[in-house]
Design a protein around this ligand. Structure first.
Ligand code: NAP
Length: 299
């Protein structure tokens, strides 16, 4: 339980609702900012304006998945009011106050470090990234079905990268009956791809591996699907780029060649916001409990 812990949940989309539900269940003292247009009332949580929120009382702050914009604005889907997070405001929180967000950027990094507050980026954690790969793969399947006129079964699929998303994508497309090749740069990844019963290749050979590909799924956040790689693909190839913006594809050249290339960010929040929210809620609850227990032991 998190009885008595003061937590502010500031902004966010449907994923935040699962976090709010979980934290109210755990008896935290929850303040919701940026939720006034949400009809649902959570027992044990109060809605407040950002200006009325007292930072000096907060043990933790939960931001939406993107954290803030580069200008410090917090996205508030359930409100018309703008929330601007500043270093000055953060400095008024108690020194033990922890800020949780999905990812960060130079602005959020800067204000948290200047205010000397701990920032936890949930998406950097392996557990969150691996759980999140599940709705990401389901979203990728949805896109492959929507944007092709052939079955996934029997198609030639090239997956780029064997990280947390790449491994899940490769495995699921294999189980759906695709002929899956996976490109990586490390020999241990080549070994793992072989062990998975898939066809491995080194990324420097990518140009040679795409002459008969039907679907390319990129998970590498660097330009790997270059113009010279795209030039070797059949014209019906679909490229689904899952890597964070701006992706790893030369979209300009793909368009010029008439090859459909789609940047597909944030699939978990689009195809399964409830599950994506539950993943975050479980991990946040665990981390908050650890902080809470530590402070009880060493007040
Ligand atoms: P990850 O575990 O870090 O895996 C990244 C993969 O890219 C690794 O195989 C890594 O290989 C490879 N890589 C990185 N830089 C490279 C480079 N310069 N050249 C060659 N290979 C390189 O990351 P992840 O969790 O799988 O996430 C992958 C991407 O998907 C990220 O950009 C993430 O933000 C994004 N993502 C998107 C969605 C969505 O909905 N679209 C959902 C979740 C994640 P090494 O190990 O050799 O470095």
């Amino acid at each position: 339980m998190l009885t008595g812990m003061h937590i502010a949940c500031i902004g966010g989309d449907a994923r935040q609702l699962e976090i709010i539900r979980k934290l109210t269940e755990l008896d935290a003292k929850l303040v919701l900012v940026g939720f006034e247009q949400l009809d649902h009332a959570f027992t044990g949580a109060v809605k407040e304006e950002f200006e009325d929120l007292d930072p000096s009382q907060l043990d933790a702050i939960i931001l939406p998945v993107p954290g803030t914009s580069l200008e410090g604005q917090v996205e508030t889907i359930f409100s018309n009011k703008k929330v601007q997070l500043t270093e000055k405001w953060l400095s008024q929180t108690p020194s033990h106050c922890v800020i949780y967000s999905g990812i960060s950027n130079s602005y959020l990094d800067h204000i948290t470090s200047q205010a000397n507050r701990k920032l936890v980026q949930l998406f950097e954690r392996d557990d969150v990234a691996i759980y999140n790969s599940i709705p990401t793969v389901e979203g990728t399947i949805m896109m492959a079905i929507q944007h092709t006129d052939f079955t996934i079964h029997g198609s030639n699929v090239v997956v780029l990268g064997l990280g947390r998303v790449g491994m899940s994508v490769a495995r699921v497309f294999h189980h759906l009956g695709s002929k899956v090749k996976v490109g990586a740069r490390r020999s241990e990844h080549i070994a793992r791809i072989t062990e998975m019963g898939l066809y491995p290749f080194y990324l420097h050979d990518l140009e040679k591996e795409v002459h008969d590909v039907d679907i390319v799924i990129n998970t590498i956040p660097h330009l790997v699907v270059t113009a010279s790689v795209i030039a070797k693909m059949p014209s019906h190839t679909l490229i689904i780029d899952l890597a964070s913006k701006p992706g790893g594809t030369d979209f300009r050249y793909a368009e010029k060649r008439g090859i459909k290339a789609l940047l597909a960010p944030g699939l978990p929040g689009i195809v399964a916001p409830k599950t994506a929210g539950k993943i975050l809620a479980t991990v946040i609850a665990k981390l908050l409990y650890e902080e809470y227990s530590q402070r009880k032991e060493n007040p």
